[in-house]
Structures are given as C-alpha cells and as structure tokens.
Design a protein around this ligand. Sequence first.
Ligand code: CU
Length: 153
Amino acid sequence: MSTKGLWIVIAIIIAGVVTWLVMRGQPAVAPGTTNTGNVTNTNSEPARSFTTGEQSTNSTSLTATVTITAAGLSPTTVTVKAGARVTFRNQDSSTHQISSDPHPTHTDLPGFDQLVAAGGDYSFTFRQAGSWGFHDHLRPTDSRFQGTVVVQP
Ligand SMILES: [Cu+2]
C-alpha cells in the first residue's frame, strides 16, 4: 500500500519537473550564433613594428580586438584601460562603419567613427574612461553590430 502511494508521489514529482522544464524551455531562444570557426591565419596585413611577445591575462588590458563577421561582432563588449587601443577587424565580405553612439550624430566620442572595408581593420585609442557604446553606422538598427567599449581609469 505505501509502495503504491510512494510511486504516485514520485510520478507527480516527475510530472511537475517535466512541466517545469518545458515551461522554462519555452522562452529560451536557442542560441542562433553559429560561430563559423573558419579563421585562417592569413598574414595578409603589412608587417607591424609592434613586437610585444607578452600576452596580458588581465581582464583590463591595453589592447583588445573586436572581430566583425556577417554574424555580428565578437565580442560585443570589451573592457580595457584608459589609453588602450581597440582594433576592429572586419572579416566580413562587406564594408562596416564603426561609429560612436548615438546614431546618427556620433557625438559621445567624436572621432570614434570610421568605415572599415572588407578584410580591413580600424584601431582607435580610448583615452577617456567611460562606457562607450558604438554601432555599425551602415546597419544602425542591427543589434548584432552594436557594442560597448568599457574604458577603466
Ligand atoms: Cu550612426
């Protein structure tokens, strides 16, 4: 008798958990970010007189790179120290324009605004601490191309 009761309780718990999982799973959008890992190390850019062999493991560093692909920016937020140079590398086959917020005036950080041709890159030095939002001026409503550079003092 008590065994049967126990099974009923277990069945109810399982049903509850399954229901909860299903309800919980509904709004969760399946990650549509397909990271095309076709990063071929083509050293097509001109040699740079920039030979720092060390790689910073700090979360805030003096350099950061944001990669632009057809899927969007990666990463969308970078955190660096004041004076850091952030490079926007366009690995997409179309031109993008990295521009300071707000669109279309780009007045938050004047000068942080440049067309980046396919295969090209754009480096900007962030001297002023703050949280600098930016967007792709050619796709101002596409959130995949909106990001933030957090500059720590
Ligand atoms: Cu704009």
